[in-house]
Design a protein around this ligand. Structure first.
Ligand code: ZN
Length: 165
């Protein structure tokens, strides 16, 4: 797997790549918020048949409309698990609309590796999700990374099912 950026790879990029890989492996092995949420107000199932990733997502919306808690269960590859883990951490405290906007931005990051529209407003969140930006080099893995976000949309929209297809 050679970098597609061309030219010379600097040590800084190697370090960043290693750091990103470490974050993905850590979240893949020890996913955060990996549990059933008994007080969930919205749930959905996500399916990525290309890879065999399946998740069940639980969201607890507070009366003020903010996401009070988010958790997931299921099984999938390290990327889908890490993405769901990072997502549940990132959307807590957000409104449904903010979480959806973040998901749209994340999908752009996963597909292109960059995020030109990320203003200062989303900088912290996108920095947290940045370890997954490397999937844009592997188109078949983009769906692994975006499955959790498709599933979040399904939960928030009340459609209950999300497929990466
Ligand atoms: Zn996968």
């Amino acid at each position: 797997m050679t970098p597609s950026t061309g030219g010379q790879t600097t040590g800084l990029f190697d370090d960043l790549r290693d750091l990103y890989q470490e974050v993905i492996l850590d979240h893949g092995r020890k996913p955060r918020n990996f549990r059933r949420l008994e007080d969930a107000t919205a749930t959905a199932r996500g399916d990525n048949p290309m890879c065999g990733d399946r998740i069940e997502l639980f969201v607890a919306l507070a009366p003020d409309g903010n996401i009070a808690d988010a958790a997931f269960q299921g099984r999938g590859c390290a990327i889908s698990t890490a993405s769901a883990s990072l997502m549940t951490e990132t959307v807590k405290g957000k409104t449904a609309a903010q979480a959806k906007a973040l998901g749209a931005t994340f999908r752009e990051l996963a597909m292109t590796g960059t995020c030109p529209d990320c203003g200062a407003e989303l900088a912290d969140e996108m920095e947290r999700l940045a370890p997954l930006s490397g999937v844009h080099e592997f188109p078949s893995r983009v769906k692994c990374a975006t499955l959790a976000w498709h599933t979040l949309n399904a939960a928030l929209d009340g459609t209950k099912e999300a497929s990466s297809e």
